[in-house]
Design a protein around this ligand. Structure first.
Ligand SMILES: [Zn+2]
Length: 439
């Protein structure tokens, strides 16, 4: 079972209400039980959510109108938007301390999926080709932060393991979440199923119930289980049935989708108790109506709901917001792409502000030797604005800053402890970062 944020939230609340708190018989009114004695799980979930958060149902239906009006706006999708990414690897074991190559692979997958450059985009069934979209977003990895820990990151019925985002609680503090997409990688412990990852939508989106956003801004971002990262992950992710899940880096694509406000394609109504319900929607017009999640497979025969407009399309299992197997996910729809860009240009516009002023430069700089233990030569580009060089430790803390720098400069690192450092070169209001090993 593949659990993500909203499914987990609904499950947790339904569980609390049904099994641990007031199990009141008035929940089971006639409207919830059909002639065969079967409970309508969607109505049950909506009712339990309504009990917990009065106004929930009204808000869920209201938002879909909001989404639809967004869909009708036009955006200039020819402009490539760029987002700076900081990856935090919080690890207990050497396996959990993923090599750079796996993280690079993950960034590559994000860049392919969010620019429709993925090779498997050709596998999309032809009936859906006309609605395939391209959010046109590029992700620039600016830092990998590695933090050893003795803490564990457990998913409970009462909460999510946000301690991974807090240095004081055995995790790693976020870089400014207004300006950077922070991705934390750790081992996610769960006693009721595998959790691949989770993410919060931004605040202020009306297609999510009140309180869905991160509990505080410094806890915003994406969390991934270390086994679900990249296309070249050396660690198998046990599926509990003697085999392993197929991992192609698509968990991050899905979670970044949530981070940009996307909801599950089946609308989160059916599926939590294995049922199907066509009454909910993801709020996106061009996705077919779908009544339940896919079950981690590639079943192209699924058609859980009849579409009310035009041709009755099968379930869009190729969509990144389904729970299908990663090998068959390969697309966003056009209106999902519009929505994602709209959220990036509004609720998450700080990510773009950062990029308009500070993103990776087209020039390169060189450091030699690397690894080093004494003196490091830095060869910088000439011109282009005011130069400065920062030396940062593995936690991103600046330990040396010089603006009195020449195109060929020498940095004395003889007093530094062994380890990984970063040299950040600023030219004008732009920067580039390289890793330096001190031995
Ligand atoms: Zn999800």
């Amino acid at each position: 079972m593949k659990l993500h944020y909203i499914g987990l939230l609904l499950f947790a609340i339904a569980y609390n209400n049904l099994f641990s708190q007031q199990l009141s018989t008035d929940i089971f009114k006639d409207e919830l039980v059909n002639a065969n004695g079967v409970i309508n799980d969607q109505l049950l979930v909506m009712k339990t959510m309504e009990n917990q958060y009065p106004g929930y149902s009204e808000q869920v239906s209201k938002v879909f109108q909001e989404n639809k009006s967004r869909d009708n706006q036009s955006y200039n999708k020819n402009i490539l938007h760029e987002v700076s990414v900081v990856v935090h690897v919080v690890h207990q074991t050497s396996e959990e301390n993923l090599p750079d190559s796996v993280i690079y692979s993950q960034i590559e997958v994000l860049n392919e999926d969010f620019q429709r450059l993925n090779a498997d985009s050709n596998n999309l069934r032809s009936i859906f080709m006309p609605i395939a979209g391209n959010p046109n977003i590029k992700f620039n990895l600016v830092q990998i932060i590695r933090v050893p820990t003795t803490s564990s990151f457990s998913v409970g019925l009462t909460g999510l393991p946000d301690n991974v985002k807090q240095t004081a609680n055995g995790g790693s503090d976020a870089w400014n979440t207004d300006q950077y997409l922070n991705i934390w990688i750790c081992k996610l412990e769960s006693f009721f199923g595998a959790l691949f990852g989770y993410a919060y939508p931004p605040a202020g989106l009306s297609n999510w119930p009140a309180g869905s956003q991160a509990p505080s801004p410094d806890l915003d971002g994406v969390v991934l289980d270390y086994r679900a990262v990249g296309r070249n992950n050396p660690n198998p992710f046990n599926n509990g049935a003697g085999g392993s899940f197929v991992i192609n880096g698509r968990t991050a694509t899905h979670e970044v989708g949530h981070y940009f406000g996307m909801r599950h394609i089946w609308g989160d109504g059916g599926g939590i108790f294995g049922g199907s319900s066509c009454g909910e929607d993801d709020g996106i017009i061009d996705t077919p109506n779908q009544g339940a999640q896919s079950n981690n497979n590639c079943d192209t025969t699924l058609n859980t709901c009849t579409d009310s407009v035009g041709v009755d399309l099968p379930d869009l299992i190729e969509n990144h917001m389904d729970y299908s197997e990663e090998t068959c996910k390969n697309m966003w729809t056009q209106m999902q792409s519009d929505f994602i860009r709209n959220v990036l240009e509004n609720e998450r516009v700080g990510l773009l502000n950062d990029n308009t002023g500070q993103h990776e430069l087209t020039f390169d700089f060189q450091i030699y030797p690397n690894p080093a233990n004494d003196l490091v030569h830095i060869f910088l580009p000439d011109g282009g604005g005011k130069l400065s060089v920062e030396l940062k430790d593995i936690n991103g803390k600046t330990i040396y800053l010089s603006s009195q720098i020449q195109p060929k400069s020498i940095l004395d690192i003889s007093k530094l402890n062994r380890g990984v450092y970063f040299i950040k070169v600023n030219v004008g209001n732009k920067f580039k970062i390289k890793k330096l090993l001190v031995k």
